[in-house]
Ligand binder design. Sequence first.
Ligand code: S3P
Length: 178
Amino acid sequence: MAVKLKKTVVLVGMMGAGKTAVGRALAARLGVPFLDSDAEIVKAANMSISEIFERDGESFFRRKEAQVIERLLDEERGILSTGGGAYLAEGNREVISDKGVAVWLDADLDLLWSRVKHKDTRPLLRTANPLATLTEIYEARVPIYRRSDLSVKADAQFSIDDMAGRVIDVLRTRPDVL
Ligand code: S3P
């Protein structure tokens, strides 16, 4: 089904929530472009996220992230997957609500941990106790993610395609988007 989106759908939520995988499936199902802020930052810097954090620091990464999100929202309509920290910055939330619609992929901590524990790609989890760090980050962020326009509960039993379908179901409640 090829649709004409009226606004870009911005997926937000914790690392491991499935923003990239679900975003890609969703874009394919709707026949719209898939955009990914982390991938754009990596492409522009020609470095991994971990290398950017190490070399230039998190605040540099956050500045790039804000610029990329604004640019992508201006450039074309599609499905935009953001990094887990993107929705925390007030400026990003404003740009997103101005030019898009925020959909929170709401996964619980057990599911997130099961997905991120074996991966070494998240610089924020390079601590002595990554589960404790993930828990802290989760608790601090959930109240902010909750401010999203829409949310979809993620669950271990749902496939990526199920999740894409669930996002489409909530988008159907928004004639200003779909
Ligand atoms: C981050 C999440 C990462 C990436 C960076 C910071 C965060 O993206 O942007 O490591 O602050 O939660 P994912 O959510 O895609 O893992």
